[in-house]
Design a protein around this ligand. Sequence first.
Ligand code: GDP
Length: 479
Amino acid sequence: MNASYGIDDTVAAISTPLGKGGVAVIRISGPEALAVAGRVFRPRSGRPLTDYPPRTAVWGDVVAPPHMPLCPAGGEVLDDGLCTVFRGPHSYTGEDTVELSCHGGVLVTGNVLTACLCAGARQALPGEFTRRAFLNGRLDLEKAEALGNLLDAGNQEQVRLSRAGMNGLLTGQAGELYGVLCGVLAGMEAGMDFPEEDLTELTPEEILTAIRQCLTRIRDTAATYRTGHAIAEGVPAVICGRPNVGKSAFYNRLVGREAAMVTDIAGTTRDVLTETVSLGRVTLRLCDTAGLRDCDGMDTVERMGVERARRAMAEAELIFALFDPTRPYEAEDAALVSQLTGPDFAGKAVVWVTTKADLTGSREVAFPDGIPAGSLTVRLSSRSGAGFDRLRDAVESAFIDGNLRLGEEAVVFSARQAAALADCAAALERAANALDSGLTYDICADDIREALAALGILCSRQAREDVLTEIFSRFCVGK
Ligand code: GDP
């Protein structure tokens, strides 16, 4: 545990966004929360704060405690507002918590926070309230991650997915499978520890069937990651094609503003620009690349751009391959087709695009030779926007499982969850193979224990410090 995250401290922070607003909320949490609040808040009724039942909004004044830099004598009224006390464990953090609602001016809010800090609270670190909620068992990792996603959500699908995570659908399912596997293990251990007593309730066939059923469910759940990843984390995508096919115009149309320079001069896009954009239900982490041209005759900056483009293509999961049908196709177009259909790009989604449809009108345009049958192809115009609906459908068909009821079914939405499920499936496969080939129970039991450990990552309230740091570093101060 990081020393700066001392959980015995009482912490305070402004929980609403900084800026001018109707109200602002200052949250205080920890063992001394009520004491701190008692030093800075004076109910207008004249009764002490502790007289009121929890979760009751009490009207009163926020007053400067002694030694506050603003007024060292203390006692000055800083603002009036409402104070609500939540008694642990019935609070967001699971600890005693007080929320002060004051007027939403930047200076007023800052003064109220300073008063709390002078009255004995420490400034809360980013995500510290949620981290405390996690440590106090108020929410599990799935919920914490989902909450982070909800705060970052830029489209409705992300909101839906995050809400499902906050409802603990995945954790619930993992917990159920955990229970089933524990039962299997107990049955096996009974047989191993007391073989003469014939305690084994499960035959090897029954164990194998149970393992296979779990494996199917784990695999089905793991398969939702393609959709969850596409919505929550975003698909790294690149745009490629020879100079002047219309990459920058395409990029700008997707991004919705003039982000990349559009010119007639070949090689004007030297850098790799990256933007996060929503295309239908898919989140794209989109790169506009310089295209993969032969570096001969290029200056250093151009070479660096091409090198970066190569890297972006290697890391991409989705590639938009652009061709300009208003000009004859060239060797460079053919090279791109053969590159993208080659082994390095197997497993990546490629959408083959012809650009500038506004210039070709209703004329039938051909794609370059060599594009595999059944590929995703789209004709579009970045100038008019025609064809972008079809592009959205093509991308959704590659990444979104239309049968998945988002918000109602467990969906894997983070690499951490996906890795845990993959580990669990691998261990269960080993267990099934061990049983199949007649190995003794103890080997199989070890594999099941490993599977349980992997599942435990999904449904437990324990996690390694580095995982916690990564998850909570995404939160802002006050959350
Ligand atoms: P890049 O080099 O591949 O990035 O190509 P650009 O996006 O810079 O475009 C090259 C030229 O094609 C520019 O003159 C653009 O205005 C033009 N262009 C790009 N897309 C379209 C389109 O959809 N319709 C028309 N008519 N021109 C386009």
